[in-house]
Design a protein around this ligand. Structure first.
Ligand code: DOR
Ligand code: ZN
Length: 434
């Protein structure tokens, strides 16, 4: 069976263009890309997807999610996280190692891949821990995890305090061709804090996390990238100072890339005033000046990637006093509209948005995806960029509902997700069979 995706605007983030093209998918591969209206060969075994008025985009690639399996399946499983992903328009997810036990050896990496295979939804790429048990003392077996299928290493959720160990990790990762993803936090400086340290934290009486706790470590990772020559990727950038450090590093020609998440360009620390723990996240929501700097970084291309840091938590961890609640918010089902809001605002164009949601993360991780080209994998999404709606708690496919964007007006949503030529999810109205 072939599939004809008809009438859509095809977004090519690699070339930075949008074209009125039809796509023919055969045996998991993009067989043809033709100017709209020129395809005639409609055989009987052809399924037609009407994409008119919609954008056909390379499937989104989230290089930073927490799938909570093994160990915290009551918050999310690989299957429910992958489902939330494909509904949100994602075809690939890279999952962070802070599970229970952590993904710090090949048997956990293999387990994750087996569960992903069983779920049969998004492609899942495990990220291995940098130290055994994420305890910060002993490096894990990078080569074993790589062989088992890990694409990168990170201590996400925690931080590697020991600079000598981080240097060795970078050298070791480079040898094994694994992407190093840095969660930047000086945990002595952030200890006890539950929101950004500034006028709001002082006013509402919550202990603060200074921007310096992130920036010190961003600077260290840049210095170590210079020392070792290893490419490093800075996770969830939240401050103006971090953006400036990374901009300078790039000007110096250093192999440094970075990501931010939608909450860092939509929300600031004022959101915490009502003590709603859905706004508690690590790194914390910063000031409006930081939000503007993040947008500038995205617009200039200093920030390469928009990841979600999808961090499911149950009411058990969230319905607590603010300082005792867990950090994190879900993001897979809201990242697309929240990013498209920046297109409306003029921060960047549609193709640039897709570059940050799909092309760049694929390149940084060294995984397939991010492009739509003849002969390439048919991993794609069909999105309706104009659809206006609000998410209700029951609309989420994630097992956890800890989203601060519930009830907020959103514009733009995914209608269909195809992975390897197979439609893994579609909204009821997205196709016509003939
Ligand atoms: O907010 C966060 N939640 N930040 C992290 O670094 C970890 C994550 C989690 O695992 O919940
Ligand atoms: Zn993190």
């Amino acid at each position: 069976m072939s599939i004809w995706i008809k009438g859509g605007d095809l977004v090519d983030p690699e070339r930075g263009v949008i074209e009125q093209s039809d796509l023919i998918v055969e045996r998991g591969i993009i067989a043809k890309i033709l100017p709209r209206g020129t395809f005639r060969d409609a055989g009987p075994r052809l399924r037609v997807i009407d994409a008119s008025g919609k954008h056909v985009v390379p499937g989104l690639v989230d290089m930073h999610v927490h799938l909570r399996e093994p160990g915290e399946e009551y918050k999310e499983t690989i299957a429910t996280g992958a489902k939330a992903g494909v509904v949100g328009g994602y075809t690939s997810l890279a999952c962070m190692p802070n599970t229970i036990p952590p993904n710090d050896c090949s048997s956990v990496t293999e387990f994750i891949l087996r569960q992903a295979q069983k779920a049969g939804l998004a492609r899942v790429y495990p990220i291995g821990a940098i130290t055994v048990g994420q305890k910060g003392d002993v490096l894990t077996e990078f080569g074993d995890m790589k062989k088992a299928g890990a694409v990168g290493v990170s201590e996400d959720g925690y931080s590697v305090a020991n600079s000598e160990l981080m240097r060795r990790a970078m050298e070791y990762a480079r040898f094994h061709n694994l992407t190093v993803i840095c969660h930047c936090e000086d945990t002595r400086l952030s200890a006890g804090g539950s929101m950004h340290e500034g006028v709001v934290s002082t006013r509402i009486g919550l202990p603060g996390i200074p921007s310096a706790s992130e920036e010190i470590m961003v600077f260290r990772e840049i210095a170590l990238a210079r020392l070792t020559g290893t490419p490093v990727h800075i996770a969830h950038v939240s401050t103006e100072g971090s953006v400036n450090l990374i901009r300078r590093a790039r000007e110096d020609g250093l192999p440094v890339t970075c990501e931010t998440a939608p909450h860092y360009f939509h929300l600031d620390h004022n959101a915490v005033i009502g003590y709603d723990t859905r706004f508690k996240v690590n790194p914390p929501l910063r000031t409006s000046a930081d939000v503007e700097a993040i947008k500038r970084g995205l617009s200039e291309g200093v920030i390469d990637v928009i990841a979600t840091d999808h961090a499911p938590h149950s009411p058990m961890e969230k319905d607590l006093e603010f300082d005792r609640a867990a950090c994190g918010m879900i993001g897979l089902e809201t990242a697309l509209p929240l990013t498209l809001a920046l297109v409306k605002e003029g921060v960047f164009g549609m193709a640039e948005a897709l570059r940050r949601l799909s092309y760049n993360p694929s390149k940084i991780l060294g995984i397939p995806g991010g492009v739509l080209r003849v002969g390439g994998l048919a991993d794609l999404s069909v999105i309706d960029a104009e659809m206006e709606y609000a998410m209700k708690e029951e609309d989420f496919h994630s097992k956890s509902k800890n989203s601060p964007f519930i009830g907020m007006p959103l514009r733009g949503r995914n209608d269909l997700t195809m992975i390897g030529g197979k439609i893994v999810w579609q909204r009821d109205t997205a196709h016509i069979d003939r």
